[in-house]
Design a protein. Structure first.
Length: 202
């Protein structure tokens, strides 16, 4: 049995954001830690993901209603972004570079700050200048972050992470692996907790 959960998310997923506000607390409750794995949706388009919101206006209207309803139900600060969806590759690379250079905790802190910038403050996280501004707000150096999230090594790191996630069966956001068992969606967190509780009792 592993001591950690693997948490996969896309910054353009509101449900991924909702999950990010709960996953660490849930894991800690059962003596687990969380490995955060950002991925960029533009390079992660599994055939099982379903019809896109752009292609289906009715689905888009429903999901926007559900975002607001879910946030209110779980008491999570949330605003539907004015630019939605968007390209999250820069944000993903920024988090991966930060984790590589400063460790997991700093990478998670940046991910949480990016989520808040997008879904609470309505900032365009597809803009590299916004990502740099968010990084500076948690103590990162602007020039170092800009170079790091644009270098070839970080870009390759993102591609490798996506390949690894695909090999593990990950296909959406949020997606959690608990000892290899998959849980897709924020609405599966009750089942995730039940599984954690059962394993902790063994």
């Amino acid at each position: 049995m592993s001591s950690h959960l693997d948490f996969y998310f896309d910054f353009s997923s509101p449900y991924g954001y909702f999950a990010s506000t709960r996953i660490n607390e849930l894991a800690q409750k059962y003596g687990r830690r969380v490995d955060w794995h950002p991925f960029a949706g533009d390079t992660f388009k599994p055939s099982t993901s379903g019809t896109s919101l752009v292609q289906n206006p009715a689905k888009r209207a429903y999901t926007q209603r559900d975002y607001v309803r879910s946030a209110a139900f779980h008491q999570i600060d949330f605003t539907i972004p004015s630019v939605f969806p968007l390209d999250t590759r820069i944000a993903t690379r920024a988090v991966m570079w930060t984790e590589s250079k400063f460790g997991e905790d700093k990478g998670i802190a940046l991910a949480q700050a990016i989520f808040a910038a997008y879904y609470v403050q309505d900032k365009n996280i597809g803009d590299p200048l916004v990502i740099t501004e968010v990084g500076v707000s948690i103590g990162l150096n602007a020039d170092e972050l800009t170079e790091g999230m644009n270098n070839s090594f970080t870009k390759e790191q993102v591609r490798a992470e996506v390949d690894l996630a695909t090999a593990k069966g990950v296909f959406g956001s949020p997606f959690v692996l608990l000892d290899g068992e998959p849980f897709w969606g924020f609405d599966r967190f009750d089942q995730l907790e039940a599984a954690l509780q059962a394993k902790s009792a063994v």
